[in-house]
Design a protein around this ligand. Structure first.
Ligand code: NDP
Length: 333
């Protein structure tokens, strides 16, 4: 059984990750918040025995085996360094950091400390994405040539905080959502992005020079081209993920979400077929793989290196949106 320390009294831990840890048999030993009062209340609300206010107290707790980092993005780096130094395994939220050098240094620190570092790109646990990946690997659409990811929606009112007005915290839709698209594309295609172009949009929600929607395209190493549309301000948009190949197309709907669900249709010369999907909680799938990895049985669903890839692509998309140029993506890590 893994005993967890939560770094950050966050919404995502409250909504998904605390339950997922417990569902796979883990225990939450402690939570760290910078506010003693809020931390105590959060601990009481979630039946967590200890609330601490310093990183040192959390990472040096002998009753903590692993930490889940879900603070704002500029804080992830030093929290990963401290956890690795204390010998704790780490599940870190995306984006891993706000700079590529920091993310690479985080991967290196975890490796040198001999601890697992995983990135919480939960969509790798989606039945839709796994079915698409399997179908492509089995050759069911021939050679993949193009992909489209629609990941725009409405940022809920309770999350309309730092994402919209704090560039230094890694706000903006690209570091929030485009990084998920990149990781989902890499996972489903088994291919890495090489170059990206993008436009950002300020459609009324974000301030401080941050984008609240973005649209762009990536070119992958195989030559495949992929479109993406991410947004916080379009409440009626439907999410989707399509991969079009020389012999068939995969069309997934309602699949860029946190809840289990969605559909995948395979279209070929033989007609249309809805793929059979084994829907499970995405975060539980991530946590179960993490537990197996720390027990020496396999890798996390999404590694630290995978987190470096998605951040590199997000940062390149931001640069592309700012400059109007296509930007090459540095090979990772
Ligand atoms: P929150 O805004 O809920 O929490 C971030 C920090 O803000 C917390 O660490 C906390 O500080 C502080 N905070 C939270 N609530 C309050 C409050 N009511 N008053 C004052 N301060 C507060 O962030 P999210 O949960 O939305 O995101 C956290 C991380 O998780 C980010 O890296 C984000 O990108 C990622 N994320 C990942 C998702 C996924 O599915 N993989 C989905 C959503 C987010 P303190 O710790 O000091 O208490």
């Amino acid at each position: 059984m893994t005993r967890w320390g939560l770094i950050g009294a966050s919404t995502i831990a409250h909504e998904w990750v605390i339950d997922a840890i417990r569902a796979v048999g883990g225990e939450i030993a402690s939570v760290m918040s910078t506010s003693a009062e809020r931390g105590r209340k959060y601990a009481d609300d979630h039946a967590v025995p200890k609330a601490v206010t310093t990183l040192d107290a959390l990472v040096n707790d002998p009753e903590v085996d692993a930490v889940y980092i879900s603070t704002t993005n500029e804080l992830h780096r030093d929290q990963v360094f401290a956890a690795a130094k204390a010998g704790k395994h780490i599940l870190c939220e995306k984006p891993l950091a706000t700079s590529l050098d920091d993310a690479r240094a985080m991967v290196k620190a975890a490796k040198e400390a001999g601890v697992i570092l995983a990135t919480n790109h939960h969509l790798r646990g989606a039945a839709t994405h796994r079915a698409m990946r399997d179908a492509i690997a089995a050759g069911r659409i021939g050679r993949p040539l193009a992909a489209r990811v629609c990941h725009a929606g409405l940022l809920p009112a309770h999350l309309q905080g730092w994402r919209l007005d704090r560039p230094e915290a890694g706000g903006g839709v690209i570091l929030d959502i485009t990084v998920h698209d990149t990781d989902a594309l890499r996972f489903v295609l088994g291919d890495d992005p090489a170059e990206v172009i993008a436009f950002g949009q300020e459609s009324g929600m974000a301030t401080s020079g941050l984008e609240d929607a973005a649209m762009g395209a990536m070119r992958f190493k195989s030559g495949l081209i992929a479109q993406f549309h991410d947004g916080f301000t379009t409440p009626y948009a439907v999410t989707g993920f399509e991969v079009h190949g020389s012999e068939g197309s995969l069309i997934a709907r309602n699949c860029m979400i946190q809840k289990p669900g969605g559909s995948v249709t395979l279209r070929t010369a033989a007609g249309e077929e809805d793929l059979t999907l084994d829907h499970r909680n995405l975060y539980e799938t991530t946590l179960a793989a993490f537990d197996a990895a720390i027990a020496g049985k396999g890798r996390p669903l999404c590694t630290g290196e995978d987190g470096v890839w998605s951040l590199a692509t997000g940062l390149a998309a931001m640069e592309a949106a700012r400059t109007g140029n296509a930007v090459k993506i540095a090979p990772c890590p």
